[in-house]
Design a protein around this ligand. Structure first.
Ligand SMILES: Nc1ncnc2c1ncn2[C@@H]1O[C@H](COP(=O)(O)OP(=O)(O)OP(=O)(O)O)[C@@H](O)[C@H]1O
Ligand SMILES: [Mg+2]
Length: 255
């Protein structure tokens, strides 16, 4: 596999839940190393279903998912789980240890790190999210925004090939939302970010995918997609009142 191998390749992915409800209908896209891509779409579009295929939590449908060239499946599951860092929408689904340190150390320790190497990894991840001084606190005593940051740190500590975030800005105050954006921008990692926060998508992700009724209906520059009123309306995507994606894109340095 050469340097041109994409971080993520999804091909012909279709999936129905056991109750027969089909959530994905042949999804295709590819994300190059280092790209930051937003996954947009209305409630029920299949975004979370798609995310849960990226590290094999969901499987058994049709099609393939490859991470850095490696097919997601039973054979490579441990390696896939190391390469794909998923930050779930609810940090309480991710934090379950008595201290922040133990939560952040959990993945790397399971992957075989120990001693000073493990501590360095934990410290670095906590520093990246500005939570170093919370190392010995119980996660359940932290605020929601602080728990979200620790959840991001648990994933960064694995040094993933691709960071997948499901609604990272939800329930964050404006300062925390901006700080998380600064963190994500500072990382040298491929990012796929599910979000209903369209200005956040524009700010962070040059490219967006729109998933609607289990199909990718658009894949292009975020500023162009958000400026396409017809496309937006057809897929129940609404910008905040008074928000103009064109001037926002210009303020960010052009589309
Ligand atoms: N466990 C399940 N069993 C059956 N159907 C499900 C299950 N989970 C989700 N679905 C259905 O699959 C479709 C896609 O759901 P999914 O959670 O992936 O949507 P989403 O795009 O993440 O939505 P949201 O923006 O609300 O988070 C929906 O119609 C949903 O009702
Ligand atoms: Mg969802």
């Amino acid at each position: 596999m050469g340097p041109v191998t994409p971080s993520l390749e999804v091909a012909g992915l279709a999936f129905a839940y056991p109750d027969g409800h089909q959530a994905l209908f042949g999804v295709d896209f590819s994300i190059s190393r280092g790209e930051r891509v937003a996954l947009l779409g209305p409630n029920g579009a299949g975004k979370t279903t798609l995310v849960l295929h990226l590290n094999g939590i969901h499987s058994g449908g049709v099609g393939t998912v490859r991470v850095a060239g490696l097919p997601v499946g039973k054979k490579h599951m441990a390696e896939i789980r190391r390469k794909v860092g998923i930050v779930f929408q609810d940090p309480d689904d991710q934090l379950f240890m008595p201290t922040v340190r133990e939560d952040v150390a959990f993945g790397p320790a399971a992957a075989g790190l120990k001693g000073p190497e493990l501590e360095e990894r934990v410290d670095r991840a906590l520093q990246q999210v500005g939570m170093a001084e919370f190392k010995n606190r119980p996660p359940h005593h932290l605020s929601f925004g602080q728990r979200r940051r620790v959840a991001v740190a648990t994933v960064l500590a694995m040094e993933p090939e691709i960071l997948v975030l499901d609604e990272p800005s939800s329930n964050l105050d404006p300062a925390s939302r901006r700080e998380l954006a600064d963190i994500l921008r500072s990382l040298d990692v491929t990012v796929l970010m599910v979000t209903h926060d369209l200005p956040y998508a524009l700010e962070l992700c040059p490219r967006s995918l729109i998933l609607s009724e289990g199909t990718i209906v658009a894949d292009g520059k975020t500023a162009e997609l958000l400026s396409d009123d017809e496309l937006m309306r057809a897929h129940r995507l609404e910008l905040p009142f008074g928000y103009d994606p064109r001037s926002a894109a210009a303020a960010l340095g052009g589309p």
